[in-house]
Design a protein around this ligand. Structure first.
Ligand SMILES: [Fe+2]
Ligand SMILES: [Fe+2]
Length: 187
């Protein structure tokens, strides 16, 4: 019944790891050097291909049930759907900034850095908020039937980066994730 919560938490861990990886590239950019844009693009591409399409919609379903079971707890979570729209908009904004830089358009350095930091900060704040409010409240308030209903409505989609099949487009990113894991003493 709480498998969905475990899945969401695991996805948060992956998202957190990618934000660390992205932040490392942006630190290179902030120093006036050239980051690995394959990695930067890969991270943003991933956010648009998986979290925006599958992770947040799953949370929206959980949130909807929470509004029915415990409106007060849902009020503490706030307007989650609106926040997800906002996140998707920031991701699009950042993706456009990367494309502009790669196309050699005249993008002021500070703007690119600002978009990048805003993207990272917003994603982290959003996730921490969900971990603090949405997930524990849902665990406490939702019934077995709620979880079964959510499960039935979730579109099953394998994670294109952390699943068993990683597409070519994520090759550079996958390599960096392995490096990151080795350096941080992970898997
Ligand atoms: Fe979310
Ligand atoms: Fe989330």
């Amino acid at each position: 019944m709480t498998d969905i919560i475990a899945a969401l938490r695991e996805e948060h861990a992956h998202i957190g790891q990618l934000l660390d990886i992205l932040e490392r590239q942006i630190a290179i950019f902030d120093r006036g050097e050239v980051p690995d844009y394959d990695i930067v693009e890969g991270v943003v591409d991933y956010f648009q291909s998986y979290p925006d399409l599958y992770h947040h919609p799953k949370e929206d379903l959980v949130f909807h049930r929470l509004q029915i079971r415990d409106p007060e707890a849902a009020a503490v979570v706030g307007d989650l759907r609106q926040e997800h729209d906002e996140l998707a908009a920031r991701t699009r904004e950042f993706a456009e900034a990367i494309r502009a830089v790669l196309d050699d358009a005249q993008v002021p350095r500070e703007s690119f850095g600002q978009w990048a930091h805003r993207f990272i900060d917003f994603q982290r704040r959003h996730m921490a908020h969900e971990e603090r409010t949405l997930l524990p409240a849902a665990r406490a308030a939702l019934t077995k039937e709620d979880w079964a209903e959510i499960e039935g409505r979730c579109r099953d989609q394998e994670d294109p980066l952390f699943g068993s099949e990683v597409g070519d487009r994520y090759e550079a990113l996958r390599r960096d994730i392995l490096l990151w894991e080795r350096e941080s003493g992970g898997a």
